[in-house]
Design a protein around this ligand. Structure first.
Ligand code: F1P
Length: 358
């Protein structure tokens, strides 16, 4: 393992994180023009109760997709880890007449995801939509229909552009079900805004990491951004072997804030709906001595006064289109923290790219 702080040149993980705006554009364009997408639209129309399923990052993707799906379509949508479908299938509250299952797996090979797809399809008789970044996947052989975003596949062990691209693909599907053709345009504007800022975001985050030595990490968000905070915490853990936590922003006051000190890094994913209330928490935590990173579309005055680093997207897009761009700074934070601690994010400790069970 290299000496702590040694910059690891040419990692594919960093290149893949930085490639996201371009990959989103390609993936969304290919999806929109594909016969596969039209088939999926047709085969899933009329289903009114959506269950999103995955493992690890793909489970947090399922949570992000479920929260957005409800807000975009007005339909009931839930997320479960694939393991819960295997062990407690009754928790899924499946209704064969209404439920549409979506099984998410970058590799299309994760044992729990494949087994959950089989149970949903063959035992519970619920239609299954797979989404993956791997062509000719095992997942596609198990699910009734499958969305494949191979432009978003990656070499990295941890999921970065696969997470954001598959999320955008599912948002595009939800908006298309509602005949909202403008939503894909907002996703493209989000990509353009991020593309213009991602270089400065990367430099700012690398500099903040170089100038601090953290002991604790907490990611905070509300609403459809809360799954992004959960995924952000996992990225920090996977790439830097640090214990990172996530909470609903206003929940942080109710006990967890006891850990706040000058050695804590608090990352706020600020919604537009809750900007005022969330800014107050941010200001209070700065008052307790925390180092504060604010990720937002446009910062309030309180956020500017109280943050050590403000990363603004400044895009004219609906709030839901913020989910994918907001995860990118967190991926960069996890990467630079890992390098600072002497790890190689291309080869995270203890991890394998796919979890295959006997
Ligand atoms: C799911 C997953 C990843 C994790 C690691 C192990 O993979 O848990 O989220 O980062 O790579 O596998 P997949 O089912 O999405 O391929």
């Amino acid at each position: 393992m290299p000496e702590p702080g040694v910059q690891i040149e040419g990692t594919h993980t960093l290149a893949e994180i930085l490639s996201q705006p371009d990959v989103w554009r390609v993936a969304l364009d290919e999806l929109s023009r594909s016969a596969e997408f039209r088939t999926i639209l047709q085969r899933t129309s009329g289903r009114t109760d959506w269950l999103f399923v995955g493992c690890g990052t793909s489970f947090y993707l399922a949570e992000a997709a479920a929260s957005s799906w409800s807000l975009i379509t007005g339909q009931r949508a839930r997320a479960l880890p694939a393991s819960e479908v295997l062990i407690f299938p009754q928790l899924a509250q499946l209704d064969q007449r209404q439920t549409q299952a979506v099984v998410i797996s970058r590799s299309g090979r994760t044992s729990e995801a494949l087994r959950a797809a089989e149970i949903l399809s063959r035992t519970q008789l619920v239609p299954t939509l797979g989404i993956t970044c791997t062509s000719e996947s095992e997942l596609a052989r198990v699910c009734d229909v499958t969305m494949t975003l191979d432009a978003a596949d990656e070499k990295s062990m941890v999921m970065t552009r696969s997470f954001s691209s598959m999320l955008l693909g599912l948002l595009h599907l939800g908006a298309s079900h509602m005949n909202d053709g403008s939503f894909v345009g907002s996703l493209e504007r989000a990509a353009a805004s991020l593309a213009a800022r991602i270089g400065s975001f990367n430099a700012s985050i690398e500099s903040l990491v170089a100038n601090h030595s953290f002991e604790d990490y907490v990611c905070l968000a509300q609403g459809p951004l809360f799954p992004i905070a959960r995924e952000a915490a996992l990225k920090i853990t996977e790439m830097s072997c640090s214990y990172a936590q996530s909470y609903h922003t206003l929940e942080f006051r109710h006990g967890p804030k006891s850990i706040v000190s000058p050695r804590i890094c608090l990352t706020f994913f600020l919604s537009e709906s809750g900007m005022s209330a969330e800014s107050e928490v941010l200001s209070e935590m700065k008052g307790l001595g925390a180092v504060v990173i604010a990720i937002c579309n446009r910062a309030s005055d309180t956020v500017r006064r109280s943050s050590d680093l403000v990363l603004e997207l400044e895009a004219d897009i609906p709030e839901l289109a913020l989910q994918a761009p907001f995860i990118v700074p967190a991926q960069l934070l996890g990467f630079h923290l890992g390098v600072q601690k002497g790890f190689n994010p291309d080869e995270p400790r203890n991890l394998s790219r796919v979890v295959i069970l006997d």
